[in-house]
Write a protein that binds this ligand. Structure first.
Ligand code: ADP
Ligand code: TRP
Length: 323
């Protein structure tokens, strides 16, 4: 099974991205029957980041984060979207068969515009570029968060329109892989953790910063001696994510029995986060000192992806009568 997914380099990765996305990529990679293609969606991030220096640095960071978090450059193909010049070429071909109405129904465009992002043609055509990412490697399955469901439906529609127009099954119609058990990870203010809400716990933040963020997780004013509520309790939800199953009954008791203050629980959470990501954080620091290695991984990834991309593009150009 060929698996493909991408993350926009629009900010630092947080634990919501880990539990909601990267952890699934790693699990899929570890099944030998799968072939993983994971890329840094820098062309997509251009719709929101308008500083070249910032985008270039963020793209490096996401690539290094992928590697540090166990996406193995030997087993999976890791690359940068903008290194594949054929992606925007295919996006153009697809745009000529994409009905305006399909894009006009896009939720993501409307949401982004309502959040203050400039309504450019690129933002409007974002789903066509995403379809090109997926179709150009003939992906079977695309693991994504629920928010991307409509983009995958659009990809399927666009692939079908292209095949129909040119009368051949040229493009493979992919399926989304949305894991229902992936809970929404709450941020330090109790809302969904998101880069755009400024409520994240970043996986690779310096320890001091991470401590400060953990200590500022919102809690209620239950006195130390009393049992603490568990429903809707952000600290409880985060501790549950990080506590090994065997230790969970003991941790849960800290809430249900009373006698333990939130400050102590926060220290426990910080310890667990540092343990969980300890190895990844160490590797991530190494990668910062060996940027050439990360660049080499991306170069090789682009090269490895080249074979299938070359075949798909040759077929598309032939039927379209271009190139
Ligand atoms: P953000 O909201 O921080 O900008 P993205 O939209 O870049 O995050 O999401 C990248 C991936 O991480 C997606 O697959 C998304 O579903 C997942 N993800 C993001 N935030 C969370 C969260 N709080 N809980 C679970 N998964 C999340
Ligand atoms: N739109 C996705 C997001 O915001 C990122 C993305 C771009 C993507 N191209 C993709 C995801 C292709 C999966 C497949 O999270």
């Amino acid at each position: 099974m060929r698996i493909l997914s991408g993350v926009q380099p629009s900010g630092n990765l947080h634990i919501g991205n880990f539990f909601g996305a990267i952890r699934q990529f790693v699990a899929l990679q570890n099944d030998r029957a799968n072939e993983g293609y994971y890329f840094v969606a820098d062309l997509h991030a251009m719709t929101t980041i308008k500083s070249g220096a910032e985008l270039r640095e963020n793209s490096f960071k996401v690539a290094a984060d992928y590697i540090a978090l166990d996406l193995d450059p030997e087993r999976s193909v890791l690359y940068r979207q903008s290194d594949v010049a054929e992606v925007p070429e295919l996006a153009w071909m697809l745009s000529t068969v994409t009905p305006m109405g399909l894009l006009q129904r896009g939720h993501s465009y409307k949401d982004k515009v309502s959040k203050g992002i400039t309504p450019t043609h690129g933002l409007f055509a974002y789903p066509v570029l995403m379809a090109a990412d997926i179709l150009i490697v003939r992906a079977d399955k695309v693991p994504v968060g629920r928010d991307q469901k409509q983009h995958l439906e659009m990809t399927r529609n666009i692939a079908a329109a292209f095949n129909q127009t040119y009368g051949e099954p040229i493009l493979k119609v992919p399926e989304e892989l949305i894991l229902p058990e992936v809970a929404v990870v709450p941020g330090i203010d109790g809302q969904k953790m998101s880069k755009s809400y400024g409520n994240t716990l970043e996986i690779f933040a310096p320890e001091g910063e991470l401590r400060k963020r953990v200590m500022s997780i919102i809690t209620d004013s239950t006195p130390v001696s009393e049992p603490k509520p568990t429903r809707g309790n952000t600290l409880y939800a985060l501790l549950k994510l990080f506590t090994p199953a065997a230790q969970w009954p003991e941790t849960k008791r800290l809430f249900t029995e009373g006698g333990t203050g939130y400050g102590e629980m926060k220290k426990r959470l910080l310890g667990l986060i540092l343990d969980t990501f300890g190895e990844a954080r160490r590797r991530r620091e190494e990668l910062d000192r060996d940027r050439a290695y990360v660049e080499e991984v991306l170069r090789r990834g682009r090269e490895r992806a080249g074979k299938v991309i070359g075949q798909v593009m040759a077929h598309c150009r032939r039927v379209c009568g271009v190139g």
